[in-house]
Design a protein around this ligand. Structure first.
Ligand code: ADP
Ligand code: MG
Length: 695
């Protein structure tokens, strides 16, 4: 047994391994590529590839793959072996620089949103040297970007990397204005907290809805749910503990900083939080984490549910995206500092995020939009679909006093002059950590809480990076031209906060009062994916992405189309699954039970002519009526499915939401009334109670 420090990163071709295995000048060239994005010359690439291959083969690998993140939202790989024929009958293990740098998967079946014509359908993958190669299933996995031959991004990684460059560029300009001459790179960091459910695998396999759609399409409320709140942070059950230990081990081997594991609010719900890292790497790691969660669960005869809302009436699962900005020297730009200058800089970065979030509520909202997350946002548990920012009372008081040019109470009754005065100390962890806010400042980072548990974090972070870069650019333009730096700085901070403070809300985001108040404030409330996605292609958004070289117009349109298509497809599959389960299982189950009850009534009458059969007869009546209504609603649902595919993709998405989805809700209500009436031995599926308390 190796110790955790020995285990950690043992399957990663990381800097330590590179240093050990690469000639000095190759190592230096590679570091330059990693940190500054300089292309690698072919000779160097060959040396790196060979060292990688030797290391991989020593660790049991026979294959390599370019590992990429197409628009499906999951990862893709195509395995090639290292074998290379020599002397007619023998093979050696070979891996060239060319194979490392560029791959050509036959990728014509990935969604491209019309970006690739069929004649150039292949697309190519390009090595991302900023994310370490790793070993999974005896295969060397090389993180790559996926592009069309005309250079358009077909994946989630490429725009994320571009957005990191955009924010780096603008944040560096700001730092230079504050006299920082040493920082070479500003990075965004993310720590995504991942929620999930674990249920018994045998039960999972009995539920076609879970298998096909990731969520239960039926299920009456169990006698016990989460009302006792006895699961949150509760003692881990042995099977769950064994799973988590196993998971940690697998993740550590891959250099993933799995740190915190605990039970969540709902029964069978859990969370894993890693230590934060560079956004690009965090995105790769989160994809790997989700994949490995499923794999490890299967080993323990468990099923890991990553859907946003696997069980109706029970808390859904999200992903809290903890986001901050830091320099290559390791200082966090969202951390209030000790000197007036550091504080001024902090306030500038802080208001830049406030302004960005306010100006681009639509982009943040749509970056987390999916059929699954529609069940969660605004459903009285997760954050509402309205974007607002929680700042906490302390910081709000500071900014309000700046805004109103009023003395700040805790600071000897003086007006705070930014850039000259020191900020009063801000408590790091305010006691009322507001869990209802979709976008909360938590001391030295922002926590974006609207992400669904399945979503790739690449898109939301691409949005965050881009919108903040855009605001920083405006500030830098003004400050570079300013005659009096401090005066302009004060001006910008006051103005930005003044103009955008309506996005700040420290109260309870789950209440109806907030929805009314947000409407008064003019904040966007896009309650479903179908409503949110059309904002993607607004001219001002296309211009924003083009201006920062994050997405071209074509790429924006294609992404929007893919997201809409995913949405309609998902709802289509759910509707089909629902119809299938009703005809094949639910109606027959109700019928079998009715028939058994009828036999009982007849048998009773034969045996004893005056025997009472009230229960049987009532149940036969009720079930027969419910079955008829269920049949009628299912017929209606089938008609709705047949009516799909009309109009443009946007109209189709609205149809999925307004017609199909709504009809599914109606249909389900009836099936859920049937379930409690049918005797256990007749019911075809494990119930909510059985699944939620199965482990
Ligand atoms: P919570 O109370 O929400 O669980 P934690 O302080 O435990 O908050 O942190 C949750 C996540 O935030 C972790 O993944 C952690 O690594 C991440 N995190 C902490 N500091 C930062 C930071 N400066 N930037 C980005 N993420 C961070
Ligand atoms: Mg959190």
């Amino acid at each position: 047994m190796s110790t955790v420090p020995e285990l950690f990163g043992s399957l990663v071709f990381n800097e330590t391994v590179m240093k050990e295995r690469l000639p000095k000048d190759t190592f230096r060239a590679l570091m330059k590529t990693r940190k500054e994005g300089q292309p690698l010359v072919p000779d160097v690439a060959n040396v790196v590839a060979n060292a990688m291959k030797d290391w991989a083969v020593e660790n049991g690998c026979t294959h390599f793959t370019h590992w990429f993140q197409p628009m499906t939202g999951i990862t893709a790989e195509k395995h090639d072996s290292f074998i290379y024929p020599v002397d007619g009958e023998k093979v050696i293990m070979e891996f060239s620089g060319k194979e490392l740098i560029k791959g050509e998967p036959d990728a014509s079946s990935f969604p491209s949103g019309g970006l690739r014509a069929t004649f150039e359908a292949r697309g190519y993958t390009a090595w991302d040297p900023t994310s370490d190669a790793f070993i999974k299933d005896n295969t060397l996995c090389i993180p790559t970007a996926f592009c069309s031959y005309t250079g358009e991004a077909l994946d989630k990684k490429t725009p994320l990397l571009r957005s990191m460059n955009a924010i780096n560029k603008q944040a560096l300009r700001i730092l230079r204005l504050f006299g920082d001459t040493t920082t070479q790179r500003v990075n965004t960091n993310v720590g995504p907290e991942q929620e999930y459910f674990l249920i018994d695998r045998d039960m999972y396999c009995k539920r076609r809805d879970l298998v096909y759609t990731g969520r239960t399409l039926f299920g009456a409320k169990p006698p016990k749910g989460q009302e006792m709140e006895d699961h949150y942070f509760g003692v881990l059950k042995p099977r769950v503990k064994a799973f988590m230990d196993d998971l940690d081990n697998e993740l550590w081997k891959l250099g993933i900083l799995a740190k915190t594991e605990h039970n969540e609010v709902a029964p069978s719900q859990h969370e894993l939080a890693p230590i934060y890292t560079d956004t690009n790497v965090a995105a790769d790691h989160n994809q790997l984490t989700m994949e490995i969660m499923k794999k490890v669960a299967a080993r323990h005869n468990l099923a890991c549910l990553l859907h946003e809302k696997p069980f109706e009436g029970v808390n859904g699962s999200g992903k809290h995206n903890n986001w901050s900005l830091s320099t290559d020297g390791g200082s966090n730009l969202l951390d209030p500092g000790d000197s007036p200058r550091e504080n001024a800089q902090f306030l500038l970065f802080l208001v830049s995020v406030i302004q960005a979030v306010d100006e681009h509520q639509d982009l943040l909202r749509l970056s987390v939009a999916s059929a699954g997350n529609d069940h969660r946002l605004g459903a009285n548990e997760a954050p509402p679909a309205i974007i607002s920012i929680f700042l906490g009372d302390e910081l709000t008081t500071v900014l309000d006093s700046i805004d109103q040019n009023k003395p700040y109470a805790q600071k000897d009754k003086e007006v705070l002059e930014i850039g000259v005065d020191e900020l009063p100390p801000l408590p790091k962890d305010t006691t009322d950590r507001n869990r209802t806010s979709p976008f909360a400042f938590t001391g030295n980072k922002f926590e974006f809480r609207m992400l669904g548990s399945t979503v790739s974090i690449a898109c939301p972070n691409m949005m965050l990076n881009t919108i903040v870069a855009d605001v920083l650019e405006q500030y830098a333009d003004r400050l570079e031209k300013a005659k009096d730096f401090n005066k302009e700085l004060n001006h910008i901070i006051r103005e930005a906060y003044h103009d955008h403070k309506h996005i700040v809300f420290n109260g309870d985001g789950y209440t109806d009062e907030w929805i009314a108040e947000a409407k008064k404030r003019g904040l966007l409330n896009l309650s479903s994916t179908a409503e949110a996605l059309p904002y993607y292609t607004r001219p001002e958004n296309v211009a924003l992405f083009e201006h920062h070289s994050v997405l071209t117009k074509n790429e924006v349109y294609s992404r929007c189309e893919i997201q809409m298509e995913n949405y309609t497809k998902q709802i289509h599959i759910e509707a089909e699954t629902m119809v299938d389960m009703i005809y094949k299982d639910i109606l027959p189950a109700a019928n079998r039970y009715v028939s058994a009850l009828s036999n009982t009534v007849n048998a009773k009458a034969t045996a004893c002519s005056d025997a009472s059969s009230t229960f049987e007869k009532d149940t036969i009546q009720t079930l027969s009526k419910l079955s008829d209504s269920l049949y009628a609603e299912t017929r209606a649902l089938e008609k709705n499915v047949a009516g799909e595919g009309k109009g443009n993709i946007q109209e189709q998405a609205s149809y999925s939401r307004d017609t199909l989805f709504m009809q599914m809700e109606k249909t389900r209500r009836i099936a859920d009334q049937i379930e409690p009436l049918v005797a256990k031995e007749y019911w075809p599926y494990p119930t909510y109670g059985e699944m939620l308390f199965s482990v």
